[in-house]
Design a protein around this ligand. Structure first.
Ligand code: UDP
Ligand code: MG
Length: 317
């Protein structure tokens, strides 16, 4: 098992954060190399996600100064998840293990040691998990934790309180590469790959510099993307709702007839009530059924790998 570590860091308008980030990462990588925990061919790769500021110039300068740093320049802004994927898929040729983290170093870089230790014990995917959310606002904490719970309810196998700070072995990334989907939510897909996994806990700090590149609107769209890219359960909910309303319509039918024969209704009320509920229920139910098929088509178009073989032992004669 090799020891070449690559750090992959997506950057969008991070000119304010990069100087501090690169200095701290250089220190960290040099100390890991001198402790012989990682190979000296290890690298830090910044992925410039179509920044509008001087981010790419800074990355080029860093590379000139120190070959520890490298960069990938995307043709335009494609969003955090795609930038991360571009980085992972590009460096897997050179690395034995890859750690992804944000450019603002909110994730404690000292958790890297523990991740590497676990990798050396044969773990393929090590998730960085936030031990607490003290520093988040109440709103962010509530929405984030509620979201993880809802996702797991919807059948997404997500790691609680884990963002995209994680170590992946080369073969885990090779597995990830087989997922050809365009609607990408890494946190949902990585647990599907399989292989031995573990978690490392860390405290999440404040941004080193600059502002969050994830305003509320973007966070919301990532959340919706997460659900719709992983799960077709919302469609099933329509089916259930339709079925439920249809049941209600039968109840209404009985109730309306009772009222009718008691003579307590005005003419036409019974038929109206029953048809409104029955038609509503039937429409929802049929929508759900159509949706079920669309959901199947959706999953098929993703062309996900049906399996990833970890080992094949066979005596050839
Ligand atoms: N990022 C990116 N492309 C984007 C938005 C963000 O590559 O379109 C990067 C950003 O530079 C940072 C990481 O994604 O390295 C996480 O963003 P940020 O720290 O702003 O999010 P927050 O921690 O506030 O949720
Ligand atoms: Mg951040």
């Amino acid at each position: 098992m090799g020891n070449i570590l690559y750090l992959v860091i997506p950057c969008y308008n991070e000119e304010e954060a990069l100087p501090a980030t690169s200095a701290r990462l250089r220190e960290k990588m040099h100390s890991l190399i001198s402790e012989t925990k990682i190979d000296e061919r290890s690298r830090v790769i910044f992925v410039n996600d179509g920044s509008k500021d001087k981010t790419w110039d800074l990355i080029e300068e860093l590379h000139q100064e120190d070959k520890l740093f490298g960069g990938i320049n995307l043709s335009r802004n494609r969003g955090h998840q795609n930038a991360l994927l571009a980085g992972l898929l590009t460096v897997r040729k050179y690395a034995d293990m890859v750690i992804s983290m944000d450019a603002d170093l909110q994730d404690d870089i000292d958790a890297v040691d523990e991740m590497i230790d676990k990798y050396k014990k044969g773990i393929d995917i090590v998730y960085g998990v936030r031990s607490s959310r003290d520093k988040d606002t109440f709103f962010k904490k509530a929405t984030a934790e509620g979201y993880y719970k809802m996702m797991n309810h919807l059948g997404g196998d997500m790691v609680f309180n884990h963002a995209d700070y994680r170590l992946m072995s080369k073969r885990a990334i090779d597995g990830l590469a087989q997922y050809g989907e365009v609607n990408l939510f890494l946190r949902g897909i990585v647990p599907m790959i399989g292989y031995p996994t573990d978690v490392v806990y860390y405290e999440r700090g404040k941004r080193v510099a600059g502002e969050s590149k994830y305003p509320f609107g973007r966070m919301l769209s990532l959340a919706v993307e997460g659900i719709t890219s992983l799960s077709t359960k919302p469609i099933r909910m329509i089916t259930f709702l339709g079925f439920f309303i249809f049941l209600v319509s039968i109840g209404m039918l009985i109730y309306s007839f009772v009222r009718h024969f008691m003579g307590a209704t005005i003419v036409g009320w019974t038929t109206l009530m029953v048809s409104v509920w029955a038609i509503g229920g039937l429409i929802l139910l049929s929508l759900g059924v159509v949706g079920e098929y669309i959901g199947k088509i959706y999953l098929e178009t993703k062309a996900r790998p049906r399996f990833i073989i970890e080992q094949f032992i066979n005596e050839e004669n």
